[in-house]
Design a protein around this ligand. Structure first.
Ligand code: ZN
Length: 301
């Protein structure tokens, strides 16, 4: 579903300074009324180089990434995650666009709609409750994962994905994104599920959901055997509870490439893959990335 709206195209004429003559911006907004858990995308085109463009949205700052130059136009992309903990309402996104001799700002208003997240309970086997109650271990791992989700892509290697993300495994969706879950018999607080659980038998193939670089491949105690892939533009995918890791940190992977096998390692009730996607460290709905054509960039030239 592609709802691309060109919202702004403007030539700014500055007769006083020949260097500022005919500065032209174009802003393409993928969807002005996205839902909680989806990802915002704004394409910015300018006939001047923008020096470190940035944005603010939902109380934090976001990096805007340079994509390419086509003809006279420089193309930049902003991806921002709409956290599952945000309230549905109107939010302003303010983009700061510094040029060599001047600076512009552009405000885009988003009408963020509610998502209906279901409720559920998780019954853990006795052998796993101690693990779920080990808050110290969980917090150590959460910090590591958060650091990886926040890490910067190596400059010049950020043009990784050029088509939609694919489901990394075959199976049933046993828990969807945003679902409220309470772990029975543990002190683990109910929280909105940070990814999509795909359940199948142990050993089911798990593939990279898009092109990228492996930035984590480790057996973690709580999250189980885990892999994270950096896809550029602040987008990363995570794969947890695996039984086998078949790639290592630093490996370049292609969309559909085998990276591991399904398992039930860590805090898990049965064989499944927890698949998550983060946008500059904000977890968003992976299915939005599978189903939305407009989220990737055409990189044919
Ligand atoms: Zn999960």
């Amino acid at each position: 579903m592609l709802k691309k709206i060109r919202i702004f195209s403007l030539s700014l004429l500055f007769f006083a300074s020949p260097t500022l003559a005919n500065v032209n911006f174009e802003f393409d907004v993928l969807d002005k009324s996205p839902k909680i858990g989806e990802t915002l995308k704004i394409d910015i085109h300018c006939n001047r180089r923008i020096i470190n463009p940035s944005a603010t949205f939902a109380g934090r700052s976001w990096t805007v990434t340079y994509l390419k130059k086509k003809g006279f136009m420089y193309h930049y992309v902003l991806y921002a995650g709409i956290s599952r903990y945000l309230q549905p309402k109107t939010y302003k996104c303010v983009i700061t666009l510094p040029l060599k001799h001047s600076s512009f700002t552009k405000t885009v208003t988003f009408d963020i709609k509610e998502s209906q997240f279901p409720y559920g309970t998780v019954s853990l086997p006795k052998t796993k409750t101690d693990l779920a109650n080990n808050k110290n271990q969980l917090s150590i791992e959460s910090k590591l994962i958060s650091k990886k989700f926040n890490s910067k892509t190596q400059p010049g290697t950020n043009y990784k994905f050029k088509t939609t993300f694919m489901l990394p495994a075959k199976g049933n969706f046993s828990s969807t994104f945003g679902k409220y879950r309470k772990y029975k018999g543990t002190n683990k607080l109910s929280s909105k599920h940070s990814g999509l659980d795909i359940a199948n038998i142990t050993g089911t193939k798990i593939v990279a959901s898009n092109d990228g670089t492996v930035i984590l491949s480790e057996p973690l105690k709580s999250h189980g055997m885990s892999i994270m892939i950096d896809h550029g533009f602040g987008i990363k995918t995570i794969y947890n509870h695996m039984s086998k890791l078949l790639v290592k940190t630093g490996d370049i992977v292609k969309r559909g490439q085998l990276i591991g096998k399904m398992g039930t390692t860590g805090i898990s009730t049965g064989p499944h893959l927890h698949w998550g996607i983060g946008v500059q460290n904000v977890r968003v709905d992976p299915l939005h990335w599978v189903n939305t054509n407009g989220l990737y960039n055409e990189l044919t030239n």
